[in-house]
Structure formats: C-alpha cells, structure tokens
Design a protein around this ligand. Sequence first.
Ligand code: NDP
Length: 400
Amino acid sequence: MGKCMIIGCGGVASVAIHKCCQNSEVFEGIMIASRTKSKCDALRDKLQPTTKTVIETAKVNADNVDELIELINAYKPDVVLNLALPYQDLTIMDACLATKTNYVDTANYEPLDTAKFEYKWQWAYREKFKQAGITALLGSGFDPGVTGVFSAYAMKHEFDEINYIDILDCNGGDHGYPFATNFNPEINIREVSAKGSYIENGKWVETEPMEIKRVYNFKGVGEKDMYLLHHEELESLALNIKGIKRIRFFMTFGQSYLTHLKCLENVGMTSIEPIMYEGKEIVPLQFLKAVLPDPATLGARTVGKTNIGCIFRGKKDGKDKNYYLYNICDHQECYREVGSQAVSYTTGVPAMIGAMMIMTGTWNKAGVYNIEEFDPDPFMQALNKWGLPWEEDFNPVLVD
Ligand code: NDP
C-alpha cells in the first residue's frame, strides 16, 4: 500500500514500528529516522527477518527543517509519523508542508522553555495544510488519541448530546522501583508538576498541582487514587463534541511516586530553568532524566494492567444517559508481544493505526485535524484487531 517515515526511535516508536511490521500489507516500507541511528539499526536488525515490510534507517536531527526535507524528498513517504518529542512538532510539520507529505503525531507542540502545551501553534497551520492538499492528524496516541476516538464514537452512536466527559487514565502496573516514569521522564514530570485544569462552561478552571483527588475502582486493576491533571485533549474535545458542559482528566499515581516527586520538586530537581554547574549550563530536569531508570528498560519488570477510558454523561432521545468506554491492557502481555510495557504499547498501537488511516485513504481530508474530527468507526475496529480491544459499560460508577 505505501511507505511511512517514523521519526524517533524511543519507547512509543518501538511499539509502533513492531505494529507496522505486523501490518506489511499497508506498511510495505518504513524508514526509522532518529537522532541516534544505532537504535534504529538495532530495531531493524531485530525485526527485518520477521516481516515483509522493508525497513530502512537514517540519522536525522528533527529540529532541523532542511535536514528533514532532504530525507523526506529522498524517501518519499506517504506519511510522516512523528514519535520524537513534542518540541519537534513544528519543524516536522514545516518539512511536511514543504514536501507535501501527510503528518501524524501523538502529542501537541510544547515550547522547550515554557512547559505549556496547547494546540494554538499547530492549529495555526490549518490553512497552509488545506492549500497544500495534505492532512495533519494531531494526537493519535491513547490520550490524546483513543480518548478522542471514543468520544467521537459515543457522540455518533450513543448520544444526541454529551454534557460531561471524565477521562480516567489508570496505570495499575508495578515496576518495583521506588521512583521511575513510564515514558520520557522530562515530558512526564513536566506534565504532572504543572497546575491542574479542566474546562467548565467553556472556560478553563485552574487548580494547584494534584489538588483534586478521587478514588476509583477500575475494572481489571482495583481501587486507585487518581488526581485531576491538565491534559491536551480537553482543549480540542470541548470544541469538537456537541453539548460539553464540563470535561476533566484524571490520572492515577501511587503514594511512593508522589512522595518522591514532591521531594524532587522541593529541592529544585524538576525545574526547567537552566542553572550553572561547574562552569556548564544544565537543566535540572534533564539531569534528573539522566539518573532515572530509562523507561525502555521497565517493560521486563512491570506487572499489572492499565485501564484507560472515558465516562460520558449526556442525553439520548430526551433521556439522561451514562456510558463508559475503556481499554484494559496487560503490561506483561505487551512485553511478550513487542518487548515494551503497556504505557508505550497503548500509545504506539494507535500511532500505527492513525498512520494506517491516512495511508489507506480511510481518513482523507486536507487540513489540520484532531482525531475526534474523523469517522471513529474504522479506528474502533482497528483497535480490536491490533491489540487494544475496548469494553463498554452502560451503568458505570460516576466520578463526583
Ligand atoms: P522517548 O524519549 O522514549 O523517545 C523519543 C525519541 O525521539 C528518541 O528516540 C529520541 O532520540 C528521539 N528524538 C528526540 N529528539 C530528537 C531530535 N531532535 N531529532 C530526532 N530524534 C529525536 O519518548 P517516548 O517514546 O516515551 O514518547 C514519544 C512521544 O510520544 C512524545 O512526544 C510523548 O509526549 C508522546 N506520548 C504520547 C502519549 C499519548 O497517549 N498520546 C503517551 C506517551 C507518550 P534518542 O534515541 O537519541 O534519545
């Protein structure tokens, strides 16, 4: 069917690459292009004997638009799947525009120095992508990603209007370390140490970090503490889903994680302000990343399950209705299949599916779109087929 260029070769990319190789009918060729080429080569050497997908590799600095353009022009992919870091979103979008190539990512742009993620920078590319006749699919991971597809599906099939959405992201996995992050520590810590926020009646309501706590009993996992966080899909879902009065995002954290984080924060280790250390400028958070366990090594030791989904409250045929859509994913099963834990798996699988939707022309409209702006049905089918089956509950326990 076509060729896909994957930028980045970290935890999420590794899963997406495994999944592309399982799906050779669509992904006839992939190019893995990242900062450290040896990681791309190692993955190619592992996977090439197992797949018909032809795997090529390249070194690229995705902060450099000209380098990206040269590589895209040489490989001529149908789509570029950006699985590097959010800081590279705009340079990769610029290179896609210059080469008229479709674009998919899993996280919205965040300037390196402000720890503030929002869609305005990427939405500013709408007209340019439309005129170039290419698609940018934003946020094709799990959250954002599957949570948007779930919302579009609930809107299409279960509701006339959705008034309340609570997105619940539960990781019941245990890696045995007192403190480690399940994906890129810098991105993860920036996210959880920021102020919380949610949208109510069209306005953002801000909270202190971890100020709002609830306890929820998750199927497949059990009872967990969860905390309200700011999360990027709130911004797009509040605009794209009809009738929204309030939308919130909760993520589970264990006490050990929070105690360590508080301590690291108190001593300044989570700061993104550069400091001078022995004549060299360093960013404390980046230094912390260097001493923490690499998320890529957690897979083998992580046991337990994730449960991520959305609870919807709204109206159908004039009556109140509640509906919960979620996926349960087992860390060890993921590890057996692709050598990664469930947090990378639940992001990498939808990333492959998003790229597939564009490559097959199943989703085909020029411009810049969030995932909930497309027909959810083919994506929902693909989730069941490619390892993230979903479950539904028509009488869920609600979050107060
Ligand atoms: P990793 O840090 O494991 O991987 C990032 C990869 O990008 C690394 O291979 C890194 O190279 C490469 N990279 C970084 N900077 C550059 C650059 N300038 N040029 C080329 N390559 C570069 O991160 P994850 O795999 O955990 O996360 C990947 C993305 O997925 C992030 O944007 C994250 O926010 C997003 N994400 C989304 C989720 C969702 O549900 N939507 C959930 C989890 C993550 P090197 O190997 O040299 O370090």
